[in-house]
Write a protein that binds this ligand. Sequence first.
Ligand SMILES: Nc1nc2c(ncn2[C@@H]2O[C@H](COP(=O)(O)OP(=O)(O)OP(=O)(O)O)[C@@H](O)[C@H]2O)c(=O)[nH]1
Ligand SMILES: [Mg+2]
Length: 468
Amino acid sequence: MPIVRKKSNPKWPPVVIREGETDVEKRARLQEEAEAKRVSDQIDQQIEQDRQRRTKFKGAKVLLLGQAESGKSTVLKNFQLHLAPKAFERELEAWRPVIHLNLVRSVNFIVNLVLSRGRRDSVSEGQHRLSSALSPEIRKLCIGLAPLRQVEESLIKSLWGDSAPRPNGLNREGKGSSFSPTSITLPNGYSWKRALGLQKSSQESLSSTSTRSGGRSQDGQNRRILAALGDDIVALWNNSGVQKILTAADINLKEHPGFFLDQAARITQEDYRPTPNDVVRARVTTQGPEEHVIVPEINTDRSKNWTIYDVGGSRAQRAAWAQYFDDVNMIIFMAPMSAFNQVLAEDETVNRLTDSLRLWQMLCSNKILAGVDFILFLNKMDILDAKLKAGIQFSSFVTSYVNKPNETKPVARYLLDVFVSIHQQNTPGRRKLHPHLTCAVDTEATSLVIARIHDVILVKILQETNII
Ligand SMILES: Nc1nc2c(ncn2[C@@H]2O[C@H](COP(=O)(O)OP(=O)(O)OP(=O)(O)O)[C@@H](O)[C@H]2O)c(=O)[nH]1
Ligand SMILES: [Mg+2]
């Protein structure tokens, strides 16, 4: 059948006139065309709905980067607390053994240090008995606190389950500022929460139930021992002789992650329940990348799931970072300002601030990240402040800092300028940088920062999905 297109009609699709078409044929054709249009419209509608749904449910994806102990997991906890406070509240209990382990490790560390110093002094002074080198009070405290070794082993076992390894560097005598006496390593992906029966796993077996109930009675016993030894722990920490030994060994436990000795009286109570503040201060080394999906509890139009990737920051873990580079809206880079006088735990020849700056430069110049916005957290402002106030000279470690006061504000300003200029000089395209001076254990202040980056990230997502 010949088809003639009516050229004068500007409409699309053009009206088609079929010569010799009967009325019946025409009706059938029009019906077919109407059906084809209906199907086509339906498909268009479906495509549009899918696009809208994708846009609607596409939440923020954030990657946390930075060296070990820079505060990545702490910021993750702040996000959880800010976006989903009820879920965070439900998990507080899971952190109790972790906080207890942080505390017990500090105590065992001190006891070991004190005993080893006492032994060394008694040998150097030609004495044959440890008792003569240590005061009777310290000796009594150390002997009384001996059961905490078993509590430490038991807590590790309860967190790791039956596969508990022999703890690494247990009770090692610490030297310098790169060693962390309180630090603990747990199985990847928060599976320790499941081991404690606080998170349900689809693979949970009956045998694990018996382990957990055994674990619960062990937990009760640990809590009773801690409650019984609470006063001795406080007395050990407040003992001036102990403090002298720590100072002589150049160890400032307050600056170490997972420090809870100043809260020992409260934390050793048998009915102790962790507060959100305790949880952000707890220290667990992240083993390999973890994906955390946060479902915001504030029921607004803006509430979408947030996916936060938390990675391990030590050198051995950094190769795993790149797999997330092309799948995130934002990178939060953590640089601890207090690290200026510290060295890396994994390489004591490298200053931690130098390591942070190198990492930052590498990320800024990475072409795959050219389109990813950066949020910079110059973190641990409180520890920087304490160090400078204690008289540690920033300029002794950062020689380019000349003729400026050894005070927190100017030092932080200086570091901010250095990081911003590295970003400017190394960024391949036009990337936005949002810097913040932070203290990630201050949940209120961090909540304000998160509220600000919340908006920045949402605008970024909307731009990426061409909504604005
Ligand atoms: N005082 C103080 N402590 C902080 C601050 N930020 C983090 N911390 C503590 O530093 C310790 C280490 O923080 P994490 O968040 O575990 O460090 P991370 O970057 O995740 O470390 P890795 O998992 O080893 O890569 C924790 O005990 C935190 O409570 C801060 O601003 N001030
Ligand atoms: Mg971590």
